[in-house]
Design a binder for this molecule. Sequence first.
Ligand SMILES: *Cc1c(COP(=O)(O)O)cnc(C)c1O
Length: 215
Amino acid sequence: MSLHDIQSRVTTACTATGRAPASVTLIAVSKEQAEARVLPVLEAGHRIYGENRVQEAAGKWPDWQERFGKVELHLLGPLQSNKARAAMELFDVMHSLDRPKLAQAIARLAQDLGRCPRLFIQINTGAEPQKAGILPAEADRFIADCRALDLPIIGLMCIPPVDEPAAAHFGLLAQIAARNGLDGLSMGMSDDFETAIAHGATHIRVGSAIFGARH
Ligand SMILES: *Cc1c(COP(=O)(O)O)cnc(C)c1O
């Protein structure tokens, strides 16, 4: 697969469900990928990338942005409160707001920095004990609390359980977002982004299908 192939598949999936291709943002997930794999995608003009770890991203994106110009950077992985400041300085969008303490920390730092990345709240749609995210039953309350803190919440994110069909989880996420008046849906990865688009995904996070398997 290549960037171009994935873009065509996005367009096809959109057309199939009567959506405009421009309504889906393709985040190229460059975590753990060698420079030799990322540069061709930068050279092809793609300007939206996702990373899982603050330190890894801080180690490579300043240099790449110096060479290729500004890209839109998305943090996808879990965020420790003590790394929140560094994350907010580097990322344009963060997808893993998953607990009240982190919401409070981000709100304080936003005051300090005078800006705040756009935020997705991560929902643990499968209620998996080992997985981060707000439980579906607690989502409405948490969204309201984040709004009370003036956080720029633009949508919800989920990572479905590996051993279940993803469609039900995408449907649940879309339902929670709709009843809370949120437009953004960050869902769908290499194996299921077409299903996610059919369920209304606005942001798909595609890594290995673009860059190849991670080691
Ligand atoms: C790694 C990762 C992705 C990309 O996964 P692929 O299967 O390589 O497309 C998407 N979202 C999150 C949260 C990830 O950690």
